[in-house]
Design a protein around this ligand. Structure first.
Ligand code: PRP
Length: 216
C-alpha cells in the first residue's frame, strides 16, 4: 500500500485539525493526549507527524511529509516551494502592526524599529512605504516596545488579548491569515488520488471558527 504522510502543526491549529479528521473517521491511531509524535493508521495507510508549526513546511518541502496542515503565516514567512492546495475555515487571525496608541508609523524621517517573529513579512510589507529596521525575536514580541527595543511589532492578532494586556493596540491591519494544506511538489503527482481523498475530509467544512476573530 502507498502511504501518505501528513505533518500536523502542534498547538493552536491541532485541536481543530484533529476535530475534523476524527469526525471523518480518520486519524484513529492519534492519541492527542500522548507525547508521541508519530501515529500510523495502518488501515488507511496514513501516517501523522506532529511537529512545531514553524517546521511543517520544511518537512513537506523536504518530502519527509507529503502534505502539511499549517497557518498561512508560516507559509508566507518561509516562502518555501510547496503547493498550497486548500485554504481551511479555521486558524483565522490577522497580521497587524501594533504598538502604543500614540505611535505614528508614518510621517517621520526616523527609521521605524520593528520587532517580530516574521522578519520577511515585515520587510516586504514596509518595502517602498518607509524605512524600517527589523529585529527578529522568537516570541513574546509584545515586550519589545515596552522595554524600548522597538517602536512597534509585526505580529499575529487573534483575540487582541495579548496586545491589550500589554497596553498596546493594533495600529494597522496588514492581512488575514488562516490554516492551509500544503503539498510537496513530487508527492502531489505520485499520490494525487490519495491526497484528493484526504482533502475531501476538509471540503465539507464551511463553519467559520471565528468567534473571537477581532477583525470581523
Ligand atoms: C501569538 C502571537 C501573539 C498572540 C496573539 O503568540 O504572536 O503574541 O498569539 O493572540 P491574541 O490576539 O489572541 O492574544 P503565541 O501565543 O503563539 O506565543 P509567542 O508570543 O510565544 O510566540
Amino acid at each position: 500500500m502507498e502511504w501518505l504522510t501528513v505533518a500536523v502543526a502542534k498547538g493552536r491549529l491541532e485541536k481543530e485539525t484533529m476535530k475534523r479528521l476524527k469526525a471523518a473517521g480518520m486519524a484513529q491511531s492519534v492519541d492527542a493526549a500522548s507525547r508521541k509524535l508519530i501515529f500510523k493508521d495502518e488501515q488507511d495507510g496514513i501516517a501523522y507527524l506532529f511537529v512545531k508549526p514553524v517546521d511543517v513546511v520544511t518537512y513537506v518541502e523536504k518530502g519527509v511529509a507529503d502534505i502539511g496542515i499549517v497557518g498561512s503565516d508560516i507559509i508566507l514567512e518561509q516562502g518555501l516551494p510547496v503547493y498550497e492546495l486548500m485554504a481551511l475555515s479555521f486558524g483565522k487571525c490577522a497580521f497587524a502592526v501594533a504598538g502604543f496608541p500614540e505611535t505614528q508609523l508614518y510621517g517621520s524621517e526616523k527609521v521605524l524599529k520593528i520587532a517580530t517573529k516574521f522578519p520577511n513579512i515585515a520587510k516586504k510589507y514596509f518595502a517602498g512605504k518607509r524605512e524600517v529596521e527589523v529585529t527578529y525575536l522568537n516570541g513574546s514580541v509584545e515586550l519589545a516596545p515596552i522595554v524600548g527595543m522597538a517602536d512597534c511589532i509585526v505580529d499575529l492578532v487573534e483575540t487582541g488579548n495579548t496586545l491589550k494586556a500589554n497596553g498596546l493596540v493594533a495600529l494597522e491591519k496588514m492581512f488575514d491569515i488562516q490554516a492551509k494544506i500544503v503539498a510537496n511538489h513530487t508527492s502531489y503527482g505520485f499520490l494525487y488520488e490519495k491526497i484528493q481523498d484526504f482533502l475531501s475530509n476538509f471540503e465539507q467544512e464551511d463553519d467559520l471558527d471565528a468567534a473571537n476573530y477581532i477583525w470581523e
